[in-house]
Design a protein around this ligand. Structure first.
Ligand code: FE
Length: 248
């Protein structure tokens, strides 16, 4: 049982609460036991420094989201930006007790620690990007699955109302960051975070995210962040992933 395994790592009561709520399981594929071999890097990707974390392959071809997100943007974003966060994280935790910890625990325990900012930022960006790839899918958008749709209607009134809040959050995030659909208590909510922050440190359960760092859209949309956010919502958002996260 996952919770029991987490307890053995000695995490805090708050983290145990998050684990019990299913939150920590969201990123379970991002962590691995120290004795498990790292998966092979994606084709064409240069091998990074050895370490406990590895770059997950994109869950679709890099041209599968075109024209919403081009192969060029996805390629650079995944193979360069995300890979750099993973490589930096591996370097930063090498030889420290954090090297054996699950990614979520590293994020929660380094949050707000000035002397651990480098580790926190790279760990957060690794988690956020891994979650972002899954928040997208080819031929996405459309109508959410029934249980999720019910919850959306209950919390926002309609999918259109959610869309408006999502757009407002994503376009009002000053500088770099993320917009999120989260489960907050028993209600859905839209929120935004700056830089490498995520709802994990707020006790909220992430269901979906969109990266609004300029590297996520500038090659395709230049300064038109709203056009990127709307195109993703209408044509690439992975409602099935949100529905799965809601059920965990
Ligand atoms: Fe990014």
């Amino acid at each position: 049982m996952r919770t029991a395994a987490i307890v053995r790592t000695g995490i805090t009561r708050r983290e145990l609460m998050l684990a019990s709520a299913g939150l920590l399981s969201l990123g379970s594929s991002l962590t691995r036991a120290a004795n498990t071999p790292a998966p092979a890097p994606p084709p064409g990707a240069a091998a990074g420094p050895a370490g406990p974390f590895s770059l997950p392959p994109l869950p679709y071809a890099d041209n599968a989201l075109d024209p919403v997100i081009s192969a060029s943007t996805l390629g650079f974003h995944h193979d360069k930006h995300h890979k750099a966060y993973v490589d930096n994280l591996n370097k930063a935790v090498a030889g420290t007790p954090l090297a054996d910890q699950p990614l979520e625990k590293i994020i929660l325990t380094t949050y707000g620690a000035a002397d651990k900012a480098g580790i926190y930022n790279n760990a957060g960006q690794h988690w956020n990007h891994s979650f972002y790839w899954k928040s997208l899918r080819p031929q996405g958008g459309g109508e959410p699955p029934a249980a999720l749709l019910h919850k959306i209607n209950e919390s926002f009134g309609s999918v259109d109302a959610l869309h408006k809040e999502w757009l407002a959050a994503a376009t009002s995030q000053f500088g770099s960051g993320w917009a999120w659909l989260v489960l907050d208590g028993d209600k859905l909510a839209v929120t935004k975070t700056g830089n490498a922050d995520s709802p994990l440190t707020r006790g909220q359960k992430p269901l979906l995210t969109i990266d609004v760092w300029e590297h996520a859209y500038y090659l395709d949309y230049q300064n038109r962040r709203a056009d990127y956010v709307n195109a993703v919502f209408d044509k690439a958002i992975n409602w099935g992933f949100a529905a799965e996260n809601l059920m965990v």
